[in-house]
Design a protein around this ligand. Sequence first.
Ligand SMILES: [Zn+2]
Length: 310
Amino acid sequence: MKAARLYAPGDLRIEDVPKPEPEPGDVLVEIELALTDGTDLKTFRRGHPVLLRESPAPFGHEFCGLVEGHRVVAANSAPCGACDGCARGEQCRELSFLAGAYADFILVPARIAAVNLHGVPAGVAPEVAAMVEPLACCLRGVARAGIQAGDAVAILGAGPIGLMLAACVADAGGWPVIVGGREERRALIEAFGAEAGDGRGADVVFEAAGTEQAWADAVELVRPGGTVLVFGGLAREARPPIDAYRLHYEELTVRGSFHHTPATVRAALGFLASGAYPWERLVTHRVSLADLPALFADPPRDLLKAVVVP
Ligand SMILES: [Zn+2]
């Protein structure tokens, strides 16, 4: 079968590889389509401390596919159920991540298939169903931020994650404002329940840009006593310049949110199926697997998410 494999930052190749052989409990999914996301772009550009540990590495983690004629989606991990984090009801400390969605087939291992593989509800387009993983991360972020009805919520980053976060915030009763969205994104920002604005003095600020500057900006923007939710991951050695005065004297709360849980994966699938927001508008491009390396090498300026068809 054909599969994209990442040899090193900037070196993505489409190659013939053996079709995976499922062990008992594993599920072999025939990929209908995969979606690009910001993490994949980041990994392509600079590598990734967790996702790119071998070379060549399988690549891509948002997908919708078929199993015996039935349309399914799966998240790219599952909690181990045995670690300290799992025992405390916190994020699992032993997550390992499934990749390889840019391919003809992907093998969903038994651990993930048991809890995070789901049939796609009737009427949900495959490119929308494939958004279950990033939307599940956003739902976890909104839960961890403790959004209250009426909260003014600033979101730094107008990419697909920023727009999904806006929808989740609005659904939780908050008032999302997206900071830094270009003018041509305005219609989309409103379609996802948000306004464009500067976010100053917000009750809650989401950092969803994944830069040290955005972490610092989030701490600048939030009101005294407010909450900053750091959502975008940074390189391990990053030390963002956070205003210690504000943290201490203005009693800010800074919380992290990472990844998703089986509960938010299920909730995300329901949210997508609800049709409450025009999820399909997050897909701006469509490429074949063969054209994927060129897309990553020179992403179009207006790229949100691309459908990748094997
Ligand atoms: Zn665990």
